[in-house]
Ligand binder design. Structure first.
Ligand code: BJW
Ligand code: ZN
Length: 252
C-alpha cells in the first residue's frame, strides 16, 4: 500500500495551482541539520543567543562565525531526491510555487522555477547600515583575522541575509506566498514543524480557501490535526513516489 491516498493523487493530477511550504526537514537528507530535531542545530546552540538582532549586536563575531560555518555547509551540500522531485513536478502540474522557510538555496539549485524565500538566503550578506550587499570573502577574511566583518564602504556590521525572530519577513515574499496560497488547489507542507509564524499560517489559509492540504513528515507537527492528510516518512522517499504517481495518473 502506498503511503499517500488516491485522493491526493487525483487532486494533484487535476490541480491548476500547487503550493508547497518547505522547512528544514527537506534538506536533512542533504546533510543539513534541522533546527528542532534531537540532533538539530538548536540542540547545540541556543536560538535566543544567535537568531535575533540583539544577540548579533552583542557578539557579532560569534554570530557571523556561526553563519559562516552554516554557509560553508550549505555550499558543500547538494539538492537531494526530495528537492529534485519537486522541481520535476513542474512538468506534470500547471503551476507550482515553492514557499520555503529554508535559507539554503537548494530549491533554486535543484531547478525549481518559482521559489519564494520567506526567511532569506544564507549565501547572501549585507551591511546593516548602508544595506549594500557584501561579499562572503569579506566576512571570511575578517573572521580569519579575529575581527567582526565590516562594510568596506561605511564600516557598518555585515549580517547574513536571513530573517531573525522579531524581524519582518520580506514584504514581497509574503505577498507572493499569500497569492500562491490563495490560488492553491493542493497545498503540501513538507519537512517543517510548522511552529514558526507567519509561515505556519499558510497551510491553514490554504485549507480555508478550499485547498486539499497534506503534510510530508516523519513526525507529527503543529498542523497535523488541522489538515486533510499526513504522510509519514522522509521527503526524499515520499516526494519521488508522489511525482511518479502523478506522472503515471496523467499518462506522462
Ligand atoms: C523531515 C525529515 C525528512 C526531519 N523529511 N521531514 C504568532 C503566534 C506566535 C508567535 C508569533 C506569531 N507571529 C510572530 C511570532 C513570533 C515568531 C514566532 O513564530 N515564534 C514562534 C517560535 C512562537 N515569529 C517571528 O518573529 C517572525 N517574524 C514576524 O512574525 O515578524 C512580525 C513581527 C515582528 C515583531 C513582533 C511580532 C511580529 C520571524 C521568524 C523568523 C524565523 N527565523 C528562523 C531562523 C532563520 C535564520 C537561520 O537559519 O538561522 O528560521 S527560526 C528557524 O525556524 C528557521 C526556520 O526557517 C524556522 C522553521 O523551522 P523548520 O523549518 O520548521 O525546522 P524544524 O527544525 O522546526 O522542523 C524540522 C521538521 O522536519 C520536523 O518536523 C521533522 O520531523 C522534519 N524532518 N527529517 C521530512 N527527512
Ligand atoms: Zn555599509
Amino acid at each position: 500500500m502506498s503511503a499517500f491516498s488516491n485522493t491526493l493523487i487525483d487532486r494533484l493530477a487535476a490541480a491548476e495551482h500547487v503550493a508547497v511550504l518547505t522547512g528544514a526537514g527537506i534538506s536533512a537528507e542533504s546533510g543539513i541539520p534541522t533546527f528542532r530535531d534531537p540532533d538539530g542545530l538548536w540542540e547545540k546552540f541556543d536560538p535566543q543567543e544567535l537568531a535575533n538582532v540583539e544577540a548579533f549586536l552583542d557578539n557579532p563575531e560569534l554570530v557571523q562565525g556561526w553563519y559562516q560555518h552554516r554557509r560553508q555547509l550549505v555550499e558543500e551540500a547538494e539538492p537531494n531526491a526530495g528537492h529534485r522531485a519537486l522541481a520535476d513536478l513542474e512538468a506534470h502540474v500547471e503551476e507550482i510555487s515553492i514557499i520555503t522557510q529554508n535559507v539554503d538555496d537548494l530549491h533554486n539549485r535543484a531547478g525549481s522555477r518559482t521559489v519564494i524565500e520567506l526567511h532569506g538566503n544564507i549565501t547572501h550578506n549585507y551591511c546593516m547600515d548602508c544595506e549594500r550587499p557584501a561579499e562572503a570573502e569579506t566576512v571570511d577574511a575578517a573572521i580569519q583575522n579575529g575581527t567582526p566583518a565590516r562594510c568596506p564602504e561605511c564600516d557598518g556590521l555585515i549580517r547574513p541575509d536571513v530573517v531573525w525572530f522579531g524581524e519582518m519577513l520580506p514584504p514581497n515574499a509574503i505577498e507572493q506566498a499569500d497569492a500562491a496560497t490563495t490560488q492553491a488547489d493542493v497545498f503540501l507542507s513538507v519537512g517543517t514543524s510548522a511552529v514558526v509564524y507567519p509561515a505556519a499560517q499558510f497551510p491553514m489559509e490554504a485549507r480555508a480557501n478550499g485547498a486539499y492540504v497534506a503534510e510530508i513528515n516523519p513526525d507529527t507537527t503543529g498542523i497535523t490535526d488541522e489538515i486533510n492528510e499526513s504522510i509519514r516518512g522522509p521527503a526524499g522517499d515520499i516526494l519521488p513516489a508522489l511525482r511518479d504517481a502523478v506522472a503515471e495518473r496523467k499518462g506522462q
